[in-house]
Design a protein around this ligand. Structure first.
Ligand code: UD1
Ligand code: CA
Length: 475
């Protein structure tokens, strides 16, 4: 829906302490699949077409505000609730930020990470039809402990909401609960919000009391919805459960879009990851941050790319880890490779086991197949880096660059002391410590010459055996 023409705005309540998380971090900033909790209800409201979203902040207000503005910019307003006097007071603080609004107000909680734009759209559709001043989503659980319960009269008409702590035993047995997602007409809200009181077990201003007020003057409409989208998050167990549910949802969406996921329950894909069709994800893959995987890439068992681009047809073999890296098309990485930030691999590069590039560019078709540290390098095309090669990039104060020009060959167990350049098609002999530039086409070698002493091994063995026997005899 066009935002300007939308008949509702959204208020997201996110000022509470989140005491049950037992955390120094405000509850609504705990991440789920790489995004802050509060970003999920905010995004759902924006996707549903809310003309504005006001987020009510209080506990950790500065942190929450800066997280919201980093992610949403101008699209989200914040309103400060000075003291956490309850959800009713929070909603009022939100409404004060948009005093002239006379359409619908959708109110939801910052801990509703599973809410979808579909749920909000369905709520609004029913609210418009019903014409009463208030509609709310409802759901049922075999045991709704912790939630406010929906109280209905003998005819099944909603008469109010009773909070857990205020429930009689009969009310506590009710299974239908309040998920905390409401659509309220702004005029009704303005007229009734001031009449809430703290006459309850928690001495708070309950937003839920608006429901009984609405019931008296035209009706509160219950809109049943799938409970899977309506769980709140109050403690770490609920955090894990919601994250698991989101993960399953994201995996399913990628499967529908053409990604093979071999063991879906073992795979974690962050919310902002982009995956092309015909990608294969093997068991225990975790794709984090803003990772992007291009068509036909194969991400093998246990790989963990974070904000990494995996090129078309590339193969990440088992247990490879990459962060802020770019992997070219058809590259072969791992097993057990570690691509650190600033690694940029062109097409057809091969990086083998226990190889660690960092802040290093590697050109087309170059290979480092075994056991190497390649820090701060510029490696051209068709270069071969032998096993055990180390770029000695750090002198204790500064980092220096190692350049390997096209076609260079670095023999195994060589150290390249940076800064330095190995020229085009030059060859570094095995076991060389390179301390000066190697010119194009030159051969560099820096190791002591080998000597063979005929028969010495045999004599040495006899001498060592005799010494061992003598020592044993002494005991
Ligand atoms: C609330 C509802 C309950 C519902 C449940 C659904 C009330 C009185 N109760 O209970 O009926 O079943 O949510 O999850 O509304 N907040 C503020 N300022 C405050 C207090 C809370 O912004 O002063 C925010 C919190 O940050 C949170 C949301 O409001 O995002 C809900 O608060 P919470 O304390 O989690 O309410 P519940 O006890 O779960
Ligand atoms: Ca809650």
């Amino acid at each position: 829906m066009n935002q300007a023409s939308s008949d509702f705005l959204a208020i997201v309540l996110a000022a509470g302490h989140g005491t049950r998380m037992k955390s120094a971090l405000p509850k609504v900033l705990h991440p789920l699949l790489g995004r802050e909790m509060v970003s999920y209800p905010v995004q759902a409201a924006l996707d549903a077409g809310a003309s504005r979203v006001v987020c009510v902040v209080g506990h950790g207000a500065e942190q929450v505000t800066s997280a919201l503005s980093a992610r949403f910019g101008e699209r989200v307003l914040t309103a400060l609730q000075e003291q956490q006097l309850g959800t009713g007071d929070a909603a009022r603080a939100g409404q004060r930020a948009v005093p002239d609004w006379d359409g619908w107000i959708v109110i939801l909680h910052g801990d509703s990470a599973l809410i979808t734009s579909r749920a909000l759209s369905a709520l609004m559709a029913r609210a418009r039809e019903a014409k009463g001043p208030l509609a709310l989503l409802t759901a049922s659980l075999p045991d709704a402990t912790g939630y406010g319960r929906i109280v209905r009269d003998a005819q099944g008409v909603i008469v109010g909401i009773r909070e857990q702590k205020d429930c009689s035993p009969d009310e506590a047995a009710l299974r239908e609960f309040n998920p905390g997602v409401y659509a309220v007409r702004a005029d009704f809200f303005a007229a009734s919000i001031g009449s809430l009181n703290t006459d309850n077990a928690q001495r708070e201003l309950y937003l839920t009391d608006l429901v009984s007020l609405a019931a008296k003057i035209g009706g509160a409409t219950g809109v049943p919805w799938d409970v899977a989208e309506l769980h709140g998050i109050n403690d770490r167990r609920e955090l894990a459960a919601s994250e698991q549910a989101l993960a399953a949802r994201i995996v399913r969406a990628h499967q529908v879009a053409g990604v093979t996921v071999r063991a879906p329950e073992s795979v974690r894909i962050d919310a902002e990851v982009v995956i092309a069709a015909d990608v294969v994800l093997e068991p225990n893959v975790t794709l984090r941050g803003k990772t992007r995987v291009e068509r036909g890439a194969h991400i093998d068992v246990g790989c963990v790319p974070t904000t990494t681009i995996v090129g078309e047809g590339a193969h990440l073999k088992p247990y490879s880890v990459a962060s802020d890296a770019v992997i070219g098309a058809e590259a072969r990485i791992g097993p057990f490779a570690h691509l650190r930030p600033g690694t940029e691999l062109a097409a057809d590069v091969h990086i083998g086991n226990f190889v660690e590039p960092k802040n290093t560019r590697i050109g087309n078709g170059s290979k480092a197949n075994h056991l190497a540290y390649l820090g701060d390098g510029q490696i051209g095309q068709g270069v071969n880096v032998g096993a055990g090669t180390i770029f000695c990039n750090y002198d204790g104060w500064s980092k220096h660059v190692t350049v390997l020009e096209d076609g260079a060959f670095i023999g195994s167990d060589s150290q390249l002391v940076a800064p330095g350049t190995v020229g085009k098609d030059a060859y570094v002999g095995t076991g060389t410590t390179v301390t000066m530039d190697v010119p194009e086409d030159a051969f560099a070698i820096g190791r002591t010459r080998q000597e063979n002493k005929p028969g010495l091994a045999k004599r040495l063995r006899a001498r060592l055996a005799a010494a061992a026997a003598a020592a044993k005899a002494k005991k």
